[in-house]
Design a protein around this ligand. Structure first.
Ligand SMILES: Cc1ncc(COP(=O)(O)O)c(C=O)c1O
Length: 390
């Protein structure tokens, strides 16, 4: 059956997170642990580069695929940090945020009704992007017992003749899970065996704690079937700049560029200039390490406090989220979140917002100051004790 884009848009619901934030409106003294963005400002030298670009007159369109100087800087970064060799003129493209990569990337190859495997719990964009692109999102559960790492056994149970692609996200939003090199090698073998395209969302790559990030696109024979997705939002605390990038085989980039041509035309030119300069400036990487260290300190605090108050919590190895189990309190994740909003004045996100495997958990973002996190943990603990929920 033919479905226009407007029909597909009707199938996609506004995110659950929005609903919670509507409830949170107007609550005085609220501490929000719901937001998925760095609380840090963009480092000063990067802001200066944007001003410099404006003064240089970089106020015009860039090529559809992005400024060549940025594509070249991204190519260098991918080679040095990720072991991925991509040609900046054919295999790299700049986007208006990593978020765009999914719909645009799927539009490059997905045919009507084809299936896309998505490990659950998952980042909120993936399933709607598949639906909008005319495909069918298929949730693949991940489990607390396996630290929410995706396993090939679980993938095997969901793969069919219609499966065309797989989306992985390590470090993971919302669980903080990080896939090991061995996990990725097994997933790569699975993708080759079933002839799947792989989206690898690596936007949290620099925020890992005691483990190393690996890119599946660097594994033998994987470049030709991988769309590596990354961006500047999390790495350099640049969410509002709206800049992301992909590395993929040229036939994918060519189609995505066509999409961009008729959509946003190109990302913001002076922002691209600043990002290119930022990638090559040591001060940026020093800022990333400072942020990483601070996130780790906060992760340690929240992990200890949650386990201490009787909410069993897996130690997240990356990103800036933690995913405690709340179902043992006798409340659903939605009820738990509403209770915390009303009685503790702390906003957390019900795990069900991230897919079926998130039910019974909540997501806490620790991209908030250490002091606020301490206060939020005190308040949550008090409500749990008063209500005798643990
Ligand atoms: C896993 C994941 N991928 C992609 C994005 C989108 O990033 P961008 O701001 O570059 O669009 C986010 C933002 O929250 C995210 O958590």
């Amino acid at each position: 059956m033919f479905m226009a884009l407007s029909d597909r848009l009707d199938l996609v619901n506004p995110s659950e997170i929005r609903k919670l934030f509507d409830l949170a409106q107007g609550i005085e003294g609220l501490i929000s642990l719901g937001i998925g963005e760095p609380d840090f400002d963009t480092p000063e030298h990067i802001r200066e580069y944007a001003k410099e670009a404006l003064d240089k007159g970089m106020t015009h369109y860039s090529p559809n695929a992005g400024l060549m100087m940025l594509r070249e800087a991204v190519a260098k970064k991918l080679k040095e940090q990720n072991g991925i060799e991509a040609d900046p003129s054919r295999e790299i493209m700049i986007l208006t945020g990593a978020n765009q990569a999914f719909l645009m990337g799927l539009a490059a190859f997905l045919r009507d009704g084809e299936e896309v495997l998505i490990p659950s719990p998952m980042f909120v964009t993936y399933a709607p992007a598949v639906t909008l692109a005319g495909g069918r999102p298929v949730e693949v559960p991940t489990y607390e017992e396996n630290e929410f790492r995706l396993s090939v056994d679980d993938l095997e149970k969901k793969v069919t003749e219609k499966t065309r692609a797989l989306i992985i996200n390590s470090p993971n939003n919302p669980t903080g899970a990080v896939l090991t090199k061995k996990d990725l090698e097994e997933i790569a073998d699975f993708a080759v065996e079933h002839d799947l395209m792989v989206f690898s969302d690596e936007v949290y790559e620099h925020f890992v704690y005691g483990v190393k990030h690996h890119s599946i696109g660097a594994l033998n024979g994987m470049f030709e079937r991988t769309i590596t997705v990354n961006g500047f939002s999390k790495t350099f605390a640049m969410t509002g700049w709206r800049l992301g990038f992909v590395a993929a085989p040229s036939w994918i980039i060519e189609k995505m560029t066509r999409f961009q041509m008729y959509n946003s035309t190109c990302p913001v030119t002076f922002a691209q200039y600043a990002a290119a300069k930022a990638l090559e400036d040591e001060r940026s990487w020093k800022a990333v390490e400072d942020m990483r260290r601070e996130y780790e300190r906060r992760r340690n605090l929240v992990l200890e406090r949650l386990n201490g108050m009787g909410l069993p919590t897996v130690k997240p190895k990356g990103a800036f989220y933690i995913f405690p189990r709340v179902r043992d309190t006798g409340l659903t994740d939605r009820e738990f979140s509403e209770l915390m909003l009303k009685e503790a004045k702390v906003a957390v996100v019900p795990g069900g917002a991230f897919g079926r495997s998130g039910l019974g958990y909540i997501r806490i973002s620790y991209a908030t100051s250490y002091e606020q996190l301490e206060e939020a943990m005190d308040r949550m603990e008090k409500v749990l004790e008063e209500r005798k929920l643990v």
